[in-house]
Design a protein around this ligand. Sequence first.
Ligand code: MYA
Length: 233
Amino acid sequence: MLRSCAARLRTLGASRGGARGPGAARRSFASEEVVDKDCALPNPSWSKDLRLLFDQFMKKCEEGSWKRLPSYKRSSTQNFKDFRTHYVDPKLLKEEQMSEAQLFTRSFEDGLGFEYVMFCNDAEKRVVCFFQGGPRLQGVPGFTHGGAIASIIDATVGTCAFRAGGVVMTANLNINYKRPIPLCSVVVIDGQLDRVEGRKFFVSCSVRSVSEETLYSEATSLFIALDPNKKLT
Ligand SMILES: CCCCCCCCCCCCCC(=O)SCCNC(=O)CCNC(=O)[C@H](O)C(C)(C)COP(=O)(O)OP(=O)(O)OC[C@H]1O[C@@H](n2cnc3c(N)ncnc32)[C@H](O)[C@@H]1OP(=O)(O)O
């Protein structure tokens, strides 16, 4: 699996006209189309497994019960603009740093970090994420770092809570790591909103292999919908 992952990355580099120096990477990053690119679509680094799952669920979207969630390096939706003005103390915001800010799970070059796509089924209160962790997410040799797994779990269960409760933040995330995830393999994260108590959204998820034979991790979480009358800091 690792060899095919490295091979895919080599072709990716070639398809981009070879290696790029940091300047080139930053130049391409700075251009608007890169920042506004929908990252939740296939790119050359996606494995066959990830493309197959994507195609399967795109068919479900045509049937109407599921919806693919676009994903960007930076979110310019009104929700997040309100978030910043409403909840963040302007003294904490250093504009020059904020101009570089982007979603952590979208801050790696194609294929090196988090390759993923999420689909939601609001009727079932579910969000499913197909995740391929790249070579920059290594923990122990050959396996995905536990913090990277926690990040993609947080994003998946967080999106589940967000769809039900709007602007939420993670208050608690408990993960049981049952089996290590081989680096560059594809896993299925199935998030389910379990219950809502006022501003508290309880979401759980499983992380399984594509064949569903291996249960890698299980998690429970609590997200809190932000109180418009409370500052965060
Ligand atoms: C449109 C664009 C789409 C994009 C989609 C992207 C979606 C991404 C989604 C996001 C993905 C990434 C998300 C991230 O990565 S968010 C980043 C990580 N999280 C944080 O930094 C949050 C830090 N914590 C806080 O800011 C506050 O504690 C919050 C805001 C969470 C609550 O402070 P607030 O002052 O508002 O509320 P409260 O303290 O009155 O508590 C309220 C109730 O909750 C109960 N409680 C609180 N904490 C815990 C706990 N640990 N266990 C059990 N219970 C807890 C508490 O007892 C009370 O219960 P009750 O007395 O009412 O019964």
